[in-house]
Design a protein around this ligand. Structure first.
Ligand code: NZQ
Ligand code: ZN
Length: 384
């Protein structure tokens, strides 16, 4: 097992009607900014629950944080934070609202040009306190320190991470996910699944417990994910998907193990250029990434085939091919397309994305830094 330091201080309130708990989580004298997206929270009752819970607080709101939150929109919110002397941000939404709010929280206190936080790894020395009400289980953003923000002018989609933007608390009420469109349900399941794979499907370092945690998340998503479509009002199904997504990227399964993230890096570029949803890009790339990297990942792919998929691994080559095919079939089982051509895209994507990767210095990706630009190109060409 590799050395690690682990702390996850986000307090989780999980279950029905838990939004009311935010009343006691936010300091009574705080100036609160409630941030949200395009308005789904107004039609599914979440906004009303938040308003009720904040009835003794002083609060303002900032709406319109878009999917793949933009630097441009976030900077408008930074102005509101400064003007209203905000000292607590409550993000109500999916990964985009939470990620955008993390950037707002850091940018408001940043000495210098906030874009540098993303483009130049600018050091964050302080951030406004943040809490989250999660409405879309997918990213794990509700209890991690990561954020991904897009610049609409330059077509950059760049991540930053800081423990200072870890939410102080997060409310996870599975009931609020009933209103998700099917496309977003699929996005969430696939994103969480690929997060577990990025931290699991690398090479063995003897981290038995982390492997079993990751396998548990993968198996839960494979078993419960399709039920979110066939039985969408089933609370237990929604609860299991929601908790799996949080656990997939809250630091626990990734502690002490090598991590990959090459699929995500290609995916972020595809969203920046073509506007595909984050998880749509992952479902396209991951099966081809597994095939391209099958030698370096051999041991773990076989372990995944055996323990997660229950395949016979006596013929290793056949088992690896089946594991890749079954992974793609799982994406299809949650109505997620897995080919560029499903979105009217073709081989032209390869050069375009490779140019972006090169521009961002992503020339040696993956747990062994073996995913060169040539390999990324091959992966994308195989994904048409
Ligand atoms: O904007 P509203 O009206 O709220 O609608 C949203 C949005 O249109 C809608 N939605 C959310 N909850 C809903 C709902 N509609 C009905 N009922 C509900 N309960 O869903 C749409 C998509 O929301 P978004 O927040 O964009 O989705 P997601 O949670 O998948 O977040 C994706 C973003 O997170 C980043 C991605 O790159 C992308 O920008 N990621 C963040 C990570 C992190 N912080 O650790 C890691 C991930 O790998 C990922 O990169
Ligand atoms: Zn992701």
């Amino acid at each position: 097992m590799l050395n690690f330091s682990f702390a996850n201080p986000t307090k989780i309130h999980f279950g029905e009607q838990q939004i009311a708990k935010i009343k006691n989580e936010i300091p009574a004298d705080a100036n609160v900014l409630v941030t949200y997206g395009g308005g789904s929270i107004k039609s599914n009752g979440v906004y009303d629950q938040v308003v009720e819970a904040l009835n003794e607080h002083t609060w303002f709101e900032f709406a319109g944080i878009e999917p793949n939150p933009s630097y441009q929109t976030c900077m408008k919110a930074v102005s509101v934070v400064k003007e209203k002397h905000i000292d607590f941000i409550l993000a109500v939404g999916g990964g985009s609202v939470i990620d955008g709010s993390k950037f707002i929280a850091a940018a408001a206190n940043y000495d210098g040009e906030p874009w540098d936080i993303l483009a130049k790894g600018g050091i964050i020395k302080s951030a406004i306190a943040l809490g989250a009400v999660l409405t879309l289980p997918a990213t794990g953003s509700e209890s991690n320190g990561n954020s991904v923000v897009s610049n609409l002018e330059s077509h950059d989609k760049l991540p930053f991470a800081s423990p200072l933007v870890l939410p102080k608390f997060a409310v996870l009420d599975p009931v609020v996910t009933y209103s998700l469109p099917e496309r977003q349900v699929a996005n969430g399941i696939v994103d969480a699944f690929v997060h577990a794979m990025e931290q699991y499907l690398t090479y063995d370092v003897g981290a038995k417990l982390q492997d079993r945690f990751a396998e548990g998340i993968l198996m839960t998503l494979i078993e419960e994910g399709p039920k979110a479509f066939s039985d969408p009002d089933n609370y237990q199904v929604r609860a299991n998907v929601m908790w799996s997504a949080t656990m997939a990227l809250n630091g626990l399964i990734g502690a002490g193990v090598p991590q990959d993230w090459a699929t995500h890096m290609l995916g972020h570029e595809m969203t920046a250029v073509y506007g595909l949803d984050h998880a749509q890009t992952l479902a396209i790339v991951l099966p081809r990434m597994m095939a391209e990297q099958k030698e370096t990942k051999r041991g773990k792919i076989l372990q995944y085939a055996d323990r997660v998929l229950g395949l016979d691994i006596s013929d290793e080559e056949q088992a690896i091919d089946q594991a890749i095919a079954k992974t793609e079939a799982f994406f299809h089982s949650v109505n997620m397309p897995t080919r560029l051509s499903d979105y009217g895209l073709g081989a032209e994507v390869a050069d375009k994305i490779v140019t972006q990767l090169e521009r961002h210095g992503m020339t040696a990706l993956g747990e062994r830094e073996q995913v060169t630009l040539d390999k990324s190109r091959a992966i994308l060409l195989a994904s048409v």
